[in-house]
Design a protein around this ligand. Structure first.
Ligand code: ATP
Length: 481
């Protein structure tokens, strides 16, 4: 008769770990098989379909990651948990990115948590986890859209949120690093404790240290009374350290100490204090490069970079733009909408300031259009957006006056120079096609300007421009020319 028991496979080369888990999980009513190598894994999975696999990272003949890949490819219904020692936590996080359902650290110091995790994986459906993940995103206002990269990012963030690991978020300015940090805090067990964000680049070294570690009365001029720092105030909460690359060498040493030992001292005091604050750091500069340039401590980067989450710039997930725009309009309590034409323009723009810039442009447009129109059109957008780039069709931008034309040509040239200087691949054919279109447009602009001066007299205009009437009609794009 077919058994209804949930089946678990455990692969670990440490005999005691396998025995311990088998005992624990059999008592809970699960059917458990244990193997100690990749070879034994293959023998077992050939005979039985499992519901859950607990895979050690380091095995004598293979790695747990290749068994994970095998599970995903051939037994996709089976949930997977990677077991790891502290030194391989980074590998375990990579496993999550590869699709493992979770990871656990050995030695297991919280058996209740381990049992809870296994029960949850075996009894909760994937949909309930997904629903929770999405609900949290909505709560903190984190729109992640349809792109696969953002979905994977959110999944990883959700899965590591409950772990005791530090997180490093990188991404261009305005991509949402702080919003993601809030998401991780909200998804973690620390959610009822403080979340405090501080920008290491925005304040002086002395003030930053006093904010982080606190100070004693008289520690420096102005320290009129003692003050608790964030590491005390948010001891069980989360500290978001934005622009960590800007922290001074002295602050970096102190942060390293907190990360290694959980210890710190207030400025002007020698008492060693303990903290359990989780650090989520962010940077828009490349910290690996900063280490090479000796601007950032390598050991600090190593401690921070256990889990690295990279948020792509808006232009690389432009498909999410309409959703982001709707979200931002709702956030502003606005019933207005952007015209389809504007959304297309938004999709063409490169968004150097990312979602923050989109937010600012939306706010500005709503403020200007409120009470005037129901649909926000191009005329409510700033000039920088109206200046088309070289990949855009020049005909879609009708310059109404000389100022527009000048700004258009300036933008066009600067975009072209940007492309010229960039290291990335370019589609030369497209660029040359746009150059041709620009040529046509310039011709038309000159003719129109001259026609204004000659009050519409084409003959005089052609003479002034030293072109034939036929060419003039051609430049005006008139049929039959
Ligand atoms: N995924 C998102 N969904 C909704 N709003 C977002 C998202 N990402 C960013 N925003 C909004 O964009 C603005 C900038 O976000 P945030 O401050 O998190 O960016 P950042 O990457 O930390 O910027 P910086 O590097 O300049 O500190 C905020 O108003 C935020 O609410």
């Amino acid at each position: 008769m077919k058994s209804n028991l949930r089946k678990i496979i455990i692969i670990d080369d440490e005999i005691e770990v396998g025995n311990f888990l088998k005992h624990l999980l059999t008592l809970k009513g699960y059917e458990v098989d244990v193997g100690h190598s990749g070879a034994e894994y293959h023998e077992l999975v050939a005979k039985k379909a499992y519901d859950l696999a607990l895979l050690d990272v380091k095995l004598p003949d293979t790695s747990g990651l290749s068994l994970l890949a095998n599970m995903k490819a051939h037994h996709s219904r089976c949930k997977t948990v990677i077991m790891t020692g502290y030194s391989t936590v980074k590998t375990a996080v990579d496993a999550i990115k590869l699709g493992a359902n979770d990871y656990i650290e050995k030695p297991f110091d919280d058996i209740d948590q381990l049992e809870e995790l296994i029960d949850q994986l075996l009894h909760n459906t994937a949909t309930s986890e997904q629903t929770h993940m999405l609900e949290l995103a909505e709560q903190v206002g984190f729109v992640f859209g349809q792109s696969g990269s953002m979905h994977q990012l959110l999944t990883t963030a959700y899965k590591i949120s409950t772990k005791n690991v530090n997180v490093l978020i990188d991404g261009e300015t305005g991509t949402g690093k702080e919003v993601l940090a809030k998401y991780i805090h909200q998804a973690s067990k620390r959610r009822n404790q403080p979340f405090i964000a501080i920008n290491c680049g925005a304040i002086s070294e002395a003030l930053l240290e006093s904010e982080l570690f606190g100070h004693e009365k008289g520690a420096f001029s102005g320290a009129v009374k003692e003050k608790k720092g964030i590491f005390e105030i948010a001891s069980n909460g989360t500290l978001f350290l934005d622009e960590i690359g800007e922290a001074s060498p002295s602050t970096q040493v102190k942060l390293l100490r907190v990360l290694e030992t959980g210890e710190f001292m207030r400025v002007g005091d020698e008492t060693i204090r303990k903290t359990n604050t989780r650090i989520i750091a962010a940077s828009h500069v490349n910290l690996v490069k900063a280490v090479e340039e000796k601007k950032f401590r390598e050991d600090l980067l190593y401690r921070l970079d256990v889990v690295k989450l990279t948020i792509p710039p808006l232009r690389e997930r432009i498909g999410d733009l309409p959703l982001l725009v709707s979200h931002l309009l709702i956030k502003q309590n606005s019933n207005l909408n952007f015209s389809a034409d504007v959304i297309e323009l938004f999709k063409e723009y490169s968004w150097p300031g990312n979602i923050r810039e989109l937010n600012n442009i939306t706010k500005r447009a709503v403020a200007l259009a409120e009470g005037e129109v129901a649909i926000i059109t191009r005329s409510y957008l700033p000039d920088k957006l109206l200046a088309v780039n070289v990949h855009e069709h020049p005909e879609s931008k009708k310059s109404e006056n000389q100022e527009d034309f000048e700004s258009y040509v300036t933008q066009w040239t600067s975009q072209l120079l940007k492309l010229w200087k960039a290291d990335e691949d370019i589609e030369l054919e497209t660029v040359l096609k746009r150059v041709k279109e620009l040529e046509t447009m310039i011709g038309k602009e000159f003719v129109q300007k001259t026609l204004k001066e000659t009050v519409g007299d084409r003959k005089i205009a052609a003479e002034r421009l030293q072109i034939s009437m036929r060419k003039l009609r051609y430049l005006l794009n008139e049929k039959g020319s």
